[in-house]
Every structure is written in structure tokens, then in C-alpha cells.
Design a protein around this ligand. Sequence first.
Ligand SMILES: [Zn+2]
Length: 121
Amino acid sequence: MDTQIIERIKKDLLERRDQITAELFKFSKSGQIKGEFVSDFPSFGDQADENAQEVDQYTTDIETERVLESTLKDINSSLNAIKKGTYGICKYCHQEIEEKRLLIRPFSSSCVKCKNKLQSA
Ligand SMILES: [Zn+2]
């Protein structure tokens, strides 16, 4: 793959990593980055319906946090792959991942063909 494109993707990945790290910080007031983020339970009040709202909010936070953490993991492994010179190789078929796909979703670890196969399976 073109080194210029790799550089562009690397910059994109670093920016995304910063954004996601900042997002994750919002969930955790203790602000520890150890891979495990503990959501603070939001408090809206003690009324019954307010408690229901708290639980709702908490569930959404956990879900968002889970997605953010997994994306962060993908971004980090992509950055590692760039360092090792193995970036852009599909982890299933070991062929090069389409450049177009990587520009849209730079932390992809599989090609479109394998991804489709997995989703339809
Ligand atoms: Zn593949």
C-alpha cells in the first residue's frame, strides 16, 4: 500500500483514538485508562420514575462504553499493525483489504468479502 495513504490513515486513527479516549473519560470520573472503564451510576433523584430513568441511562452508557472500548481496541491493533508493516491485511484470508474500505473505516481488520461471509453465516 502507498506510504502516503498509510500516513493519512495513521493520522486518522490517532485522531479517532483521541476522540474515543475523551469520550470514555466522560463515562469514568475516576479517569483511569487501564482498558477497564467503570461507568459512574448517574443520579437523577430518588423518585420511582426517576430511578427508572437512571437505569435506562445506565444501560445506554454501558452499551456505548462497550462499543467505544472495542473500537479503541481495533484502533490500537491497527496502529500496531502499521508499526509492524502488516497493516491492511485481512485477518481471515490474509489478502490485502480494499483501500476504499480502509479509508472509510481505517480500523477494519477484515476485507469486505470475509466480513460479508461472516455476517451471512
Ligand atoms: Zn478476507
